[in-house]
Design a protein around this ligand. Structure first.
Ligand SMILES: *[C@@H]1O[C@H](CO)[C@@H](O)[C@H](O)[C@H]1NC(C)=O
Ligand SMILES: *[C@@H]1O[C@H](CO)[C@@H](O)[C@H](O)[C@H]1NC(C)=O
Ligand SMILES: *[C@@H]1O[C@H](CO)[C@@H](O)[C@H](O)[C@H]1NC(C)=O
Length: 216
């Protein structure tokens, strides 16, 4: 009797796990498919991204954890153009979002601030414009933030000054303005990583440097 009931419990658990991974697999597959639809992909890098599969975990350039949740997207140097999609903010377990060295246009969706497990955001060497979203200040796990060589404008949001784990920040070669502080997580970031932003001044010397009020 006991054997039968524990077998039933085991089966039930198995069904639950499979159901959960299918549900998340579909959700996360839909998210990635919406990205594919927003990109132009002349080199066919996203050929394996078939939305009819139960999960995106077998797709090339996508990595999942043992629960079939997406943890990495590796599409650097892939000759992609087009734009990012706000749906990316739904990839709750994502740790690495690597889309550097492409020709992606448009803005950084503020929804990326929902990726609270993100360790690395690599968007350098693209054609991204608009402001750095203040919501990126929610990314408490972020270690690498590389946005250099784009067309970003506006200030570095003060929200980023308190990212507890940030080790590498590069915003060089953009159109940023305002000031940046020399303390906090920015303390050990080389000045070169801020260079070639003609209207960016820093570091902030206890308010001695006047804040650029035209910076927006
Ligand atoms: C990138 O794509 C363009 C077409 O948009 C093509 O002409 C070019 O050869 C591709 N570059 C590489 C390095 O594959
Ligand atoms: C995701 O981020 C956006 C913009 O930052 C916000 O409006 C939205 O409520 C967030 N969604 C979730 C599910 O947290
Ligand atoms: C970069 O994006 C702008 C629009 O934001 C576009 O006009 C321009 O042609 C793009 N540059 C390249 C090299 O694709």
């Amino acid at each position: 009797m006991e054997g039968a009931s524990s077998l039933r419990a085991l089966l039930c658990m198995l069904v639950c796990v499979v159901t959960l991974s299918v549900v998340y697999g579909n959700l996360e597959g839909d998210v990635l498919y919406s990205l594919k639809m927003a990109l132009s992909d002349p080199n066919n890098m996203l050929r394996s991204w078939d939305p009819t599969l139960v999960s995106p975990c077998t797709w090339y350039h996508v990595t999942c954890n043992q629960d079939d949740r997406v943890t990495r997207l590796d599409l650097g140097n892939a000759n992609l153009s087009g734009h990012l999609v706000p749906e990316l903010g739904k990839l709750e377990r994502l740790q690495y979002l690597e889309l550097y060295k492409n020709n992606i246009q448009g803005v950084i969706p503020p929804e990326l601030g929902n990726l609270t497990n993100l360790i690395s955001l690599g968007l350098y060497n693209n054609n991204i414009s608009g402001n750095i979203p203040p919501s990126l200040g929610n990314l408490k796990s972020l270690v690498f933030l590389r946005l250099n060589n784009n067309h970003l404008t506006g200030p570095i949001p003060v929200e980023l000054f308190n990212l507890p784990n940030l080790k590498v920040l590069d915003v060089s070669n953009n159109g940023l303005c305002g000031t940046f502080p020399s303390s906090g997580p920015f303390e050990h970031i080389p000045w070169d990583n801020f260079k070639n932003n003609p209207r960016l001044e820093g570091p902030e010397l206890l308010g001695l440097v006047p804040y650029d009020t035209n910076c927006s």
